[in-house]
Design a protein around this ligand. Structure first.
Ligand code: ATP
Ligand code: MG
Length: 277
């Protein structure tokens, strides 16, 4: 008799006891986002690149990333015009959480796409409004302006948002845009799982973590830091060292494989034993 139930054969079925069930659930959210017109094809691939680095991080938030989040929130609270840049992956993975962060730091959400299409912009705006956002920038064409130093579609920004922002929070951002934002004198906080991407390197502050974990954590930090005065916030900002943050993430990732290497024989034997069960 076939042991698979109807549900088991369903493409959407994720068994709870699967060792990577959480990661599969996140993938599934993204595929749903793709089917709903939020996520671009290339967004699915970009997620895969992120997953590989998250695997090396042990799929948890490392201490240095927490420090980077604290310094970033302190810097955002010190700035006048913070903006959160949102793309399809963000809208598919953390719609409610990004709206909560936007409220906690009083920063508007701006739709910002590498692969722009009117349909996708509108789908993302709808998803964010549905998640409780009061306003979504980047979609109204009458407010569209260009970021200098960038060609084609990626140059568009909103004249009420990123164009006038002093600090921008970006995720899954393209290196060229990060560099262009920096060149126009904006402070850029990036969340990027790859500590060696051009965005991670070119950002003013970088959080090497999965945005799924960092967005809710940043909201909690903001709710705590909102009580702090300017001098306290400045002190927290001063603790950030870009080089140290990136080095630490690289060290954790390197160690995670190096530590397994001497135990490889045992690991292979354990898997072999399971296969023979
Ligand atoms: P860059 O253009 O900055 O050099 P890249 O070309 O290597 O980067 P992109 O496709 O432009 O990569 O951007 C995707 C980035 O987002 C990758 O560095 C990937 O690791 C990261 N990423 C993917 N998913 C997540 C996630 N859920 N949380 C945080 N970072 C992510
Ligand atoms: Mg890129």
């Amino acid at each position: 008799m076939n042991a698979l139930t109807k549900t088991d054969t369903n493409e959407d079925f994720i068994p709870d006891d699967h060792p990577r069930s959480e990661s599969l659930r996140i993938r599934h959210k993204l595929v749903e986002g793709f089917e709903n017109g939020l996520v671009a094809k290339a967004g699915l691939i970009a997620h895969g690149r992120g997953e590989a680095f998250d695997y090396l991080l042990g799929e948890k938030t490392i201490e240095s990333a927490k420090k980077a989040m604290e310094a970033s929130i302190a810097q955002i609270l010190l700035c006048k015009h913070p903006v959160i840049s949102v793309n399809g992956n963000v809208a598919a993975l953390v719609p409610e959480e990004i709206v909560e962060l936007s409220e906690a730091i009083s920063a508007p959400l701006e739709v910002n796409l590498f692969y722009r299409s009117r349909e996708r912009e509108i789908a993302i705006e709808k998803a964010l409004l549905g998640a409780g956002a009061k306003q979504v920038l980047g979609v109204d064409l009458s407010h569209r302006t260009s970021l200098s130093g960038i060609s084609h579609q990626r140059r568009y920004v909103d004249d009420r948002g990123i164009a006038r922002a002093d600090i921008v929070l970006v995720m899954l951002e393209d290196g060229d845009r990060t560099i262009a934002l920096r060149a126009s004198n904006k402070f850029v906080v990036s969340i990027d799982l790859n500590p060696l991407s051009r965005t991670a390197l070119a950002g003013s502050f970088t959080i090497v973590d999965n945005l799924i974990r960092s967005i809710p954590l940043m909201t909690k930090i903001a709710e705590k830091f909102i009580e702090k005065d300017t001098s306290e916030l400045r002190q927290i900002v001063a603790t950030y060292s870009h080089q140290q943050i990136l080095e630490d993430a690289l060290r954790v990732m390197g160690n995670s494989y190096q530590q397994v290497a001497p135990m490889l024989e045992t690991v292979i034997q354990a898997i072999e034993a399971k296969r023979q069960d």
